[in-house]
Design a protein around this ligand. Sequence first.
Ligand code: ZN
Length: 119
Amino acid sequence: MFWEIFQQARIHEVESTADTARSRASDAMSSAAEVRAALDRLVLVNRAMWEILSKQHGLTERELDDKVEEIDLRDGRRDSRLKKAIRECPRCARTMSLRHARCLYCGHQESRDPFDTVG
Ligand SMILES: [Zn+2]
C-alpha cells in the first residue's frame, strides 16, 4: 500500500517534470522562430541596401568583401563576428563598460554608435 502511494507520487512528479520540459521546449522553438524571422528580415534589408549602394556608387563585391574582412579583423580575430572592443575613457583613461556609452567613473558621454543597439 505504502509502496503504491510512493509510486503514484513519483509518477505524478515525473509527469509534471515532462510537462515543464515540453513547455520550455515549445517556448524555445517560438523564440528560435522569432530570431529566424528577424534574421531573414535583416538579410533582406541588407541585400536591398547593398544593391542600392552598388548601383548608385558603382561599388564592387570585392570592395564589400574587403570591408567585411577589415571590420571582422578589428577585434584581432577572423571569425565572421563583430565584437565590441574594450575601450578606454578619453577623459579619465579607465576601462569603459561595453554596455554603457557613459563612463561609470567620470561620467564622460561617448558619441552614440548607431549600431550599438544592434549587437
Ligand atoms: Zn571616464
